[in-house]
Design a binder for this molecule. Structure first.
Ligand code: HEC
Ligand code: HEC
Length: 456
């Protein structure tokens, strides 16, 4: 596995670097404190599980949130943590966000272990501009059910192989997952839109939430007025508690505005746990939702907020080996290829209720905006303002540790990219020129770009 050798290399060089007399120049280490004062320096499988380095007095609240994030819910009636389902995808947050990182996409049809889910809708716009639920299925295919009820269907997957050739003659093979719904518990209407979504990592999100809206909107260039072919735009989504349209930040299409609403959404749609944000079971009126129903809400707002507090206060792992010669070249090429036009390295947080997150200089490598990524990545399913070809630029901090944390983790919204190189090769649309830069680069240059990503 060349991947494993690569991730060890920067760590090794960082260690060597510590013993060298010539100290690296300060600008080489720009971004070392990826999460500002919250940064943790850890490189093992638990790299995404440490609290903010500056957590101070919040540690107790963080620990309570940790328990909530790991809590497996059971069928009602139960003395505690009942109310799962009747239909659901997994029984705990941690089941999909493996060690707080990303999940593995399904290997075969009906794979029960995956954290990848299929969003559903029918064409048209829902009440607050969101997706229109599929009658009898809602906005997500729930592939599990409590005892005695039927799951909505089986997630089928088949992989097609594709080959990409570099200018220098070498080849890379890509795999395209094709998803389908098998054994629906009742016939699906024609024309259902689907969007496969793999579980992303959850650390550092308190910091992303603390970036002032103006800081993100300043990066938007909807009409590409600077003519660089890149035109990020915000997703405008519905904030349930505020009852108004606000900037979307979370999810692969930035379809959720806040960490708390994202959490309430996950409880309801991924686990079948009702709460004040989503008070209805995710299967209103469905024939496969007759049992396991509890009176009232399954969890209160306090539980939702405690769960969100956990991942909001997870520390960001710092990069490894930024002063390594190859990584330094990779970093320059990352800029030259205009990767940094979307994966914007540096941001500043504003004032936050959690003081440890306030006024930090951070290096998440995202603009949190939507970009047209071309037909190759399109799902054809709109999500608030996001079109079927648009995706939110995902943060790249900590990405070099993704497969240390979960060896089966993969990249992009549907987990199709087994390596960071494959992720780059799928870029299209506004990122076509960046992808071509990579395809036309020498082998050494390509290796340097990947080494830089692995150092993050
Ligand atoms: C069935 C798998 C699954 C379960 C269970 C699950 N998630 Fe997720 N999570 C996902 C997927 C898939 C996404 C991406 C969703 C999207 O694009 O809209 C996601 C997105 C997120 C995000 C946004 C990350 C980002 O970078 O924007 C957060 C935060 C999150 N989940 C927290 C939770 C919490 C808290 C729970 C438990 C209450 C939970 N998740 C349960 C699969 C899951
Ligand atoms: C036009 C904006 C844009 C540009 C330019 C761009 N990216 Fe991306 N990048 C994205 C978006 C959006 C995604 C998510 C696409 C998806 O999941 O379908 C992404 C995904 C990724 C991922 C996978 C992230 C994950 O969490 O799975 C990596 C790695 C990545 N980009 C690296 C690069 C590199 C390296 C370059 C330059 C060669 C680059 N990107 C240029 C917007 C961009």
């Amino acid at each position: 596995m060349p991947d494993k050798v690569f991730f060890l290399l920067p760590v090794f060089l960082l260690l060597l670097g510590c013993q060298k007399d010539d100290q690296p120049k300060p600008d080489e280490l720009e971004g070392l404190m990826a999460g500002g004062g919250t940064t943790v320096f850890s490189t093992g499988p638990d790299a995404y599980t440490f609290p903010l380095a500056n957590i101070g007095g919040y540690l107790g609240q963080h620990a309570a949130g940790d328990a909530a994030f790991e809590q497996a819910f059971v069928t009602a009636p139960a003395p505690q943590f009942g109310g799962i389902g009747p239909v659901f995808n997994q029984n705990a947050c941690i089941a999909c966000h493996v060690r707080n990182g990303r999940s593995a996409p399904p290997v075969h049809t009906g794979d029960p272990a995956t954290g990848l889910l299929l969003r559903l809708s029918i064409p048209g716009e829902g009440a607050q501009g969101g997706a229109l639920p599929v009658p009898g299925f809602g906005v997500q295919l729930q592939t599990k059910a409590i005892f005695g009820e039927m799951p909505e269907g089986t997630l089928a997957v088949a992989y097609k192989q594709e080959v990409v050739e570099f200018l220098t003659g070498e080849k890379a093979s890509l795999q395209l997952p094709v998803f389908a719904i098998e054994n629906p518990y009742q016939p699906l209407p024609v024309g259902v839109l689907t969007s496969p979504r793999n579980a992303p990592p959850v650390f550092g999100l308190g910091l992303l939430e603390a970036i002032p809206e103006a800081g993100i909107l300043a990066l938007a260039d909807e009409n590409d007025s600077n003519g660089d072919g890149i035109s990020g735009r915000p997703n405008w989504v519905w904030d349930i508690k505020e009852q108004r349209t606000v900037l979307g930040r979370f999810g692969w299409k930035a379809g959720n505005p806040t960490a708390v609403q994202q959490t309430a959404d996950a409880f309801n749609h991924d686990m079948g746990i009702t709460n004040s944000y989503f008070p209805m079971e995710n299967c209103q009126g469905q024939g496969n939702c007759q049992s396991g129903l509890s009176p009232g809400l399954d969890i209160d707002d306090d539980f939702v907020e405690t769960t969100a507090f956990y991942f909001k206060t997870l520390g960001v792992p710092g990069p490894r080996g930024l002063d390594d010669e190859v990584v330094k070249i990779g970093r320059e090429l990352f800029d030259a290829a205009k990767c940094s036009s979307c994966h914007v390295p540096k941001h500043q947080t504003g004032s936050d209720a959690i003081s440890a997150l306030s006024f930090q200089t951070i290096y998440p490598y995202t603009d949190l905006l939507l970009h047209d990524m071309g037909e190759g990545l399109a799902d054809g399913r709109p999500d608030f303002s996001a079109s079927g070809q648009e995706w939110r630029t995902p943060p790249l901090w900590g990405i070099g540790l993704a497969q240390v944390v979960n060896p089966k983790a993969s990249f992009l919204h549907d987990g199709r990219a087994r390596t960071l190189e494959e992720a780059i090769l799928w870029h299209g649309g506004e990122a076509e020129a960046s992808r071509n830069f990579y395809k036309n680069a020498s082998k050494k240059e390509r290796e340097a770009m990947v080494a830089f990503l692995k150092a993050l």
